[in-house]
Every structure is written in C-alpha cells, then in structure tokens.
Design a protein around this ligand. Structure first.
Ligand code: FAD
Ligand code: PYC
Length: 416
C-alpha cells in the first residue's frame, strides 16, 4: 500500500465519511433514453455497463424499484462455478467465469472474487456416474474439473463427515478449482459505479408499472416517477419477471418461488472451500468474516414473500448436520429469502420477444449470481444489436415452442 493510500485511508476513517465522493450519481430521470434496463440487480447493472463499454451506448437508464442489489443479488449465497453439462450452458457460464477472473481489474473495484474451489458431492453410484459424465463433458468444453474419491475428500475437507456409516455416505465429488465465491453487493456496486462512469443514469426507487406499446413495438415505460420513452427496453427483474411480462401482454414459462439463505455467528476459519450436495440437499461455505453461509432447496410453493417456510429451514439444517456434524452447536444468526424465477429446463431466457424493442433476461432461478458478468455481456449485445450473441442464441424464448430445451437440472445446483 502506498503512503498516499495509507494517509487517505486514515483521513477518511477520521472524517465520519464527510466529503466522500458518491460512487454513482442519483439523477432525476430524463424524458427519453436510447435504452432502458428495468431492474438494478447485478444482471441489469452489468448489462448497462457492457452496453456502454462494449457497444458505445451512453444514453441509458437503469430503473430499480427499490435499491440496487436489494433483490436476489444481495440475497444470494454467492457460489460461482461453470461446471454445467450441456455445451450451450457450459460456454455461457464459462464466459462468465472468464469475466469474473478479470472483473475486479476491469471495474477497478474489488468484488472479492475468491477461487476457493467448489465440490459437488455424490452419495450413490448413479450420482458418481453423473459426476464422471459431467466432468468429462466439462473437460471437453475447456472447463476445469476433477473427480475426487471419498478418501481424498476426507483429507482435503477435514470436518466433512466421510464416514461410510453415515446415513447417506459420501462416495466422492466433482471439484472445480476455479469455482468459488464473490462479494455479492460489491458486484452490484462495482457494476453501478462502472456504468455511471460512462454516463448511465441509475435511478433507484423507480418502479416500472406499465410497458407502453404501439403497432407491436415498445414506446416506453410507465414508472412511479412518470412516463419515460425508449424504443429499447431490457427487462432483468428475476422473481418479478412474470409480472413485468404481463405488463406487455406476454406469458413466460416461469414460476416464482422463495429461496432461503442462512448465516451463522462468525467462527474461526474451518472451511476454505464450497461444499454442495444435491442428494442430502444442502450447501455451505464460510465467508471471509467467519460466518457459515448455508442454503438448500426452494420452498415448493409459489409466492413473492422474501421469507420462506420453517419446513425448509429444518430440512436445510438437517442436511448440513448430516454433512458436518461438527457444526451442530454453531448458532444461526440470520435467515432471509429471495424470489427466484425457475424455468422448466433450469436454464435462463435471454431473448428478444414478439414485441419489437422488448427483451427479457430471466429464468436464472437459483443459479444466476455466477452468471452475472456473462449474462450482462450477452444481454448487452442482444439489446444493442437487436440480435442475440452467439452464446445466448440457444436461450431464446422460442425453445419452448421448438422443444430445443437445454436440461440442466443435474448441474443447476442443489436448489432448482
Ligand atoms: P435481482 O438481483 O433480483 O435484480 C432484479 C431487480 O429488479 C431487483 O432489484 C428488483 O427490485 C427489481 N425489480 C423488480 N420489479 C421491478 C419493477 N417493476 N421496476 C423496477 N425494478 C424492478 N446464484 C448463484 O449462482 N449462486 C448462488 O450461490 C446463489 N444462491 C442463491 C441463494 C438465494 C437465497 C437466492 C434467493 C438466490 C441465489 N442465487 C444464486 C440466484 C441468484 O441470486 C440470482 O439468479 C441472481 O442474483 C439474479 O440476478 P438479477 O440481477 O437478475 O436479479
Ligand atoms: O447454482 O451453484 C449454484 C447455487 C448454489 C446455491 C444456490 N445456487
């Protein structure tokens, strides 16, 4: 650290934040923009950032009904990996992984991307066959992966219960060394700051309440801060995507479900990687602060309440106890829910729509945080050029008509 930054750190620490520069402006909306992005989560902000940076667009607004990152971006458990089975998904998530690998430098903002590795456990022979198949497919696609047996796992993760006498014995795992975690809200802030520096207007507390159309084309959006014109509107609203679609008279193949997350009291460093299990249905990592960060499956009912049920809480804790009995006396500090938009094939929709100038990026369900930079990258291309990028062409809405689904239920993580 240079002398200058030590002094400025000390000065800022003593200043009670006086005279701190805002990381992004708080503009009043203009009457009209070249493009509007609805939703100020990581994906919406990344989209605006890459539209400005890669496609030279400047007159863009991001409209967020609450505060940026207040949706699933700020509520997720931050697992990043790219070990998806099918080519289309593997290429998309791997593009994202490559962007993650240079993101802090690109944004000049520390998103705390930590490649501590991700294990996906297998508990049955069929799990292990699926793991082997997925790792083979990953390697053929240039995605790193390794199959690890139970003996090796016990060495690498000392507190993991690898006893053959456990209820669901662990037989092995896939391991992606380049996977890991990132700091969720820093991702939103970094993209917001980056987009703002190109002149993008980020407008918070601005709810979109209607989508105005004429002759099959978008004209603009009604908002809680008035009508705003634009011939291009990209919607990136995760769990609220069906609500936005219905404003344009569209019906998307999505269901909205609560997904819960849990963090414990901080404890000393005990877990330096990410462990996920589809079969016992839970996953866990440890944050840099020391909290255990835990999650499991969606609450099975549809809803928009960012809470979740006690049944799922109990189920999640049972799964974690099965994997790590040593954590039985750790106290849980906090719990919350986000609303995830699940798609029938566990893959996103990144697509033009039958309405000219209206685009949707949704359906990321339980697994879109890892895709934040890649999703923004391809959606920026789609909105700017009115054509999909080659990496998202397969994720268009018409796959639900043609039947060309990309079934990623096996690799979608524990929760989808
Ligand atoms: P969001 O961050 O939800 O942003 C959408 C924004 O749209 C919100 O800020 C919302 O306020 C805004 N909005 C909605 N309606 C309107 C409107 N009418 N007008 C204006 N704005 C509107 N993924 C992983 O890859 N790894 C994980 O470990 C992981 N864990 C998860 C754990 C939990 C508990 C949850 C809930 C999700 C998890 N996910 C994970 C999924 C991941 O969080 C999401 O897929 C991803 O963050 C979606 O980003 P987004 O920007 O599309 O959505
Ligand atoms: O997609 O890897 C994932 C994930 C982990 C937790 C929730 N989703």
């Amino acid at each position: 650290m240079s002398k200058y930054s030590i002094f400025s750190l000390a000065r800022n620490a003593m200043s009670h934040h006086d005279n701190w520069e805002r990381a992004w402006r708080s503009p009043t909306p203009q009457k009209s923009y070249d493009a509007i992005i609805v939703g100020g989560g990581g994906h919406g902000l990344a989209t605006a950032y890459y539209m400005a940076k890669e496609h030279g667009m400047r007159n863009i607004a991001v409209l967020e009904k609450g505060w940026i990152g207040g949706g699933n971006t700020g509520r997720n458990t931050t697992i990043v990996r790219s070990n998806y089975l099918w080519d289309e998904a593997a290429f998309l998530y791997e593009k994202s992984m490559k962007l993650w690998e240079g993101l802090s430098q690109d944004l000049n903002y520390n998103v705390m991307f930590s490649q501590r590795g991700v294990y996906n456990l297998g508990h049955t022979l069929q799990d292990m066959r699926d793991i082997q198949r997925r790792v083979n497919a990953n390697r053929l696609n240039g995605v790193d992966g390794e199959v690890v047996d139970a003996k090796e796992l016990a060495k690498r993760i000392p507190y993991l219960n690898c006893s053959p006498d456990s209820r669901y014995p662990i037989l092995g795992a896939s391991f992606q060394a380049r996977g890991g975690t990132a700091r969720h809200d820093a991702v939103a802030w970094g993209f917001a700051r980056g987009a703002d520096s190109y002149g993008v207007d980020i407008i918070q507390n601005c709810e979109v309440t209607g989508i105005r159309r004429e002759d099959g084309a978008v004209l603009g959006v009604e908002t809680s801060q008035g009508y705003i014109e634009s011939k291009k509107v990209g919607v990136v609203t995760a769990g609220s995507s069906s609500v936005l679609a219905s404003m344009a008279g569209l019906r998307l193949p999505l269901e909205s479900h609560p997904l819960q997350a849990f963090v414990s009291e901080p404890i000393k460093p005990v877990l330096d990687t990410v462990v996920m299990s589809n079969a016992v249905h839970g996953y866990i990592s440890q944050s840099d602060k020391g909290d255990l960060v835990i999650g499991a499956g969606i609450d099975s009912y549809n809803g928009y309440g960012q809470r979740g049920s006690f049944t799922t809480i109990e189920h999640t804790m049972t799964a974690i106890m099965e994997l790590f009995p040593v954590f039985s006396r750790v106290r849980m500090n906090r719990q919350w829910g986000g609303i995830v938009d699940t798609c029938p094939d566990a893959c996103p929709i990144i697509s033009k729509t039958p309405i000219k100038g209206l685009y949707f990026n949704c359906g990321w369900g339980t697994g879109g945080f890892k895709a934040t930079p890649g999703s923004g990258w391809v959606f920026a291309h789609t909105v700017a050029n009115d054509e999909p990028h080659e990496l998202n062409a397969a994720f268009a809405l018409d796959r639900f008509i043609s039947g060309a689904l990309i079934d990623e239920h096996g690799a979608a993580g524990v929760a989808h």
